[in-house]
Design a protein around this ligand. Structure first.
Ligand code: KG4
Ligand code: ZN
Length: 333
């Protein structure tokens, strides 16, 4: 089966063609991030307008790159992210996907955005070991998920306050760095001293939940108390505390649930220190660690296509009435 997928939950307009064997025939992403930078975060109204202008050309490019006819492509299924995300952005991709499906008389399926992120490592590693523990860390979400088989989820823990990427972006803003802050902090941290500031590693009472807002406040206080500490050193200290928390929680989850592989997903999965640290966790326990490519970590439509094909095979098509869901529980679907 060939699936055209659309992703418009935040600031990236994505379209991709994926087949049911997991082959990505094309994946196009246009970002409106430049329009948001001056505001230090994504402005929903601007993101929605950008999707409206971009969605059709991005779909046309995805079809062309997949070698399909632009008006009558040989597509079997159209998938789109239905939530969670910015409602104005979701509505553009969802409505466009329904329109394509109606015009081509093909089924349509709505996809949970996190379902997509969780399928991303599977697209690039079809031979994963089950059960699989996935650390999903993005700008909007941070959770630890145990998968017994593709799409069979148990959420072991999640952030009780900010998402990991959100903490990166907020700390970057405090330090006067540009948005999004993750890549810039990552780059600066590689030149800095991770022990320059003494920052707390939140353990949330020994649960598998995560927490980042206390760390963000601690960075603000520590930099006020020690104005002599340079930006690179602050970035390195902050990043070390984030990675330490994530590594401890992954280790704890492996001890308690005995997964046979670890996968990383979401935008923060592009972080170099986190990738290196998780490879170390896998080596210590002699289990494989699956690290998606950078393009597969951040928002893209190929992952939505993979999740959409899976959902369609299990549950069939969504109804045309399926609404955009700004908030949507991953497990209680
Ligand atoms: O998954 P994503 O593209 O969008 C969401 O669904 O949220 O993730 C974006 C987030 C941003 O917060 C960004 O700062 C963070 O991922 N990010 C990084 C890195 N690259 C992107 N965080 C840490 N290190 C990076 N290298
Ligand atoms: Zn995302």
């Amino acid at each position: 089966m060939l699936c055209l997928a659309l992703e418009t939950s935040c600031d990236d307009t994505g379209a991709a063609v994926v087949d049911s064997s997991g082959r990505v025939l094309s994946s196009v992403v246009e970002s409106s991030i430049d329009q948001h930078r001056a505001f230090g975060g994504v402005v929903p109204e601007l993101a929605g307008r950008a999707h409206l202008l971009t969605v059709q050309p991005v779909v046309a490019r995805a079809l062309e790159e997949a070698g399909l006819h632009p008006l009558d492509p040989d597509i079997d299924l159209v998938a789109a992210t239905a939530g969670p995300g910015l409602v104005g952005s979701l509505l553009i991709g969802l409505s466009a996907a329904k329109a394509y499906a109606l015009a081509w008389a093909k089924p349509f399926v709505g996809v949970h955005h996190l379902d997509g992120h969780l399928f991303a490592p599977l697209l690039e590693n079809p031979e994963v070991e089950w059960p699989l523990l996935t650390l999903l860390v993005s700008g909007g979400h941070s959770l630890l998920v145990l998968q017994r088989a593709p799409g069979d989820y148990e959420v072991l823990g999640e952030t009780i306050d900010d998402a990991a990427g959100e903490a990166y972006d907020k700390v970057a803003r405090w330090l006067g760095l540009s948005y999004p802050g993750g890549p810039e902090i990552d780059r600066r941290a590689s030149h800095g001293d991770p022990h320059a500031l003494d920052l707390p590693v939140s353990m949330v009472n020994g649960t598998l939940d995560l927490s980042f807002s206390g760390l963000k406040t601690a960075v603000v206080r520590a930099t006020q108390r020690h104005p002599e500490v340079g930006l690179d050193d602050v970035a390195a200290s902050f990043q070390a505390a984030v990675v330490e928390q994530l590594v401890r929680k992954v280790t704890l989850a492996l001890e308690r649930h005995g997964a046979r592989g670890v996968a990383l997903a979401g935008g923060v999965a592009a972080n170099s220190a986190l990738r290196e640290a998780l490879v170390g966790v896998g080596a210590d326990r002699d289990i494989p660690v699956y690290l998606p490519s950078r393009a597969m970590c951040t928002d893209n439509a190929a992952m939505i296509g993979a999740a959409g094909l899976h959902r369609f095979a299990l549950e069939g098509a969504s109804t045309w009435e399926l609404p955009a869901r700004p908030t949507w529980d991953l497990v209680h679907r």
